[in-house]
Design a protein around this ligand. Structure first.
Ligand code: SF4
Length: 438
């Protein structure tokens, strides 16, 4: 999502007469588009701002802006003030950046000092359409915000309530991407499954997905999903549209109902596993990945065992696993006591080990099979060209055997828990030339 926002911000600046610097050291305006979902990225921002403050004290003349989710939080304002940031622009106000810069410029010429702020959210999602990305893949934001209130999550504070973008706007941007040669589009939202809900006259997410798929992309992906809104209709669209990826990311977070309740995740594990079963029954060769948080406050060994068991039952091929990170301002931060770090580390390790074995077994089962792989990096400086299969496997192919980017048929020759190795077979029947010509 931040990548898409950054692309939008860059396009706006260029349209406003600015030029993109080749390197941060050459820039006279530096914007940090931040994430606040975990503590780590915030620490990184603080470190970059500390470095910039030092450079400025040594005479560098550079304007600094803090953007993205951190900017929207009280924590972000405090950081911005501490480090002398000039512009504070939240994720709901990125299209106000040029105006903010203008105001900053006129204040700089003498009226008064202080930080320029553009925060908050309009009632509608902006209709700014950035130019299509260069390359074979692109993101497309279809909605903003979230109406769920998971107790560990800061997103409802930073990105506000759900607002869906008008379907005409989404389809216009998708068509422009397609015409520019984008082969793979990823529809983005905090919870794409609830697209259009609560906004009369809007299509549902399965309807929108079908319309985007019908534009003829090689591959359509979406992220991220909430189990509460993952319907049979959506599973049917995935199952019946060959260009909608048979890769589904469905955050589970915990396998214990007690923990799910404390997290305010509205489903119970039986319901979650029933969705997984339906997906596996209907979608051929599907790969399911998940997010899991270990060490949520109050998680007992028994709760953790339930998570291990649920992950085994769901047979996730891929997983993103994290230790609970207490975020100031969230309900779990206010009301629950964090558990000792060593317990969290130990549980995370056990979960990772179990997942590694599952991922390896799933990947090894693909050896000898031929997958459609979108090669986006020819690996000019390394031994391997890198691509992704329809099921989101990272696939490495000897660089000398691939001469152009695009969709290739690749026979899998080896596997690790995190990647597949393969050989491109025969001519590239779905090569980039074909993508560009249609
Ligand atoms: S559904 Fe996702 S974005 Fe929304 S509150 Fe829960 S974790 Fe955060």
């Amino acid at each position: 999502m931040n990548e898409y926002d950054t692309h939008t911000i860059q396009s706006e600046l260029v349209a406003g007469g600015h030029e993109l610097a080749a390197h941060p050291a050459d820039a006279d305006l530096l914007l940090l588009n931040t994430c606040a979902v975990r503590g780590k990225p915030v620490e990184k921002v603080v470190s970059v701002l500390g470095d910039l403050r030092k450079q400025r004290s040594e005479g560098r003349d550079v304007t600094v802006g803090l953007m993205g989710c951190l900017a929207q939080l009280e924590e972000g304002r405090e950081v911005a003030q501490k480090f002398g940031v000039d512009l504070l622009v939240g994720p709901g106000a990125i299209t106000d950046l040029l105006e903010a810069l203008e105001e900053y410029g006129s204040l700089r010429s003498g009226e008064r000092g202080g930080m320029i702020e553009r925060l908050g959210f309009g009632p509608e999602l902006h209709d700014y359409q950035p130019p299509p990305p260069r390359g074979l893949s692109g993101f497309l934001t279809i909605m903003r915000g979230c109406n769920h209130h998971c107790t560990y999550c800061i997103v409802p504070d930073t990105r506000g309530p759900e607002v869906s973008r008008a379907p005409e706007s989404v389809l216009r941007e998708a068509a422009a991407m397609r015409a520019a040669g984008v082969a793979e589009v990823t529809l983005l939202g905090q919870n794409v499954n609830s697209y259009g809900m609560g906004q009369p006259g809007m299509p549902s997410f399965p309807e929108l997905l079908r319309a985007v798929a019908d534009l003829g992309f090689e591959r359509v992906k979406f992220t991220t999903s909430h189990p509460m809104n993952f319907t049979s209709e959506l599973i049917d669209v995935i199952a019946t549209h060959p260009n909608v990826c048979n890769y589904i990311h469905l955050p589970m977070q915990s396998g214990s109902d007690r923990v799910l309740r404390r997290m305010a995740r509205e489903y119970r594990i039986e319901r979650y596993l029933a969705i997984v079963r339906e997906i596996r029954e209907k979608v051929a060769e599907v790969v399911i990945s998940t997010d899991v948080i270990v060490g949520f406050p109050g998680e007992t060994e028994e709760d953790f065992q339930a998570t291990l068991a649920a992950a085994e039952t769901a047979a996730f091929e891929q997983a993103y696993m994290f230790m609970y990170s207490a975020r100031p301002g969230t309900p779990s931060y206010k009301h629950f006591t964090d558990m000792p770090r060593e317990v969290k580390v130990e549980r995370l390790q056990r979960l990772i080990e179990a997942q590694k074995a599952r991922s390896l077994a799933a990947n090894e089962a693909l050896v000898g099979k031929t997958l459609r792989v979108l090669v986006k990096d020819l690996g000019r400086d390394s031994r391997y060209a890198v691509g992704h299969s329809d099921q989101n496997h990272t696939v490495l192919v000897p660089a000398e055997s691939v001469s152009s980017m695009g969709v290739k048929d690749v026979t899998i020759t080896g596997a690790t828990p995190h990647a597949l190795y393969g050989e491109a077979v025969g001519a590239a029947p779905h090569g980039i030339e074909l993508v560009m010509a249609s």
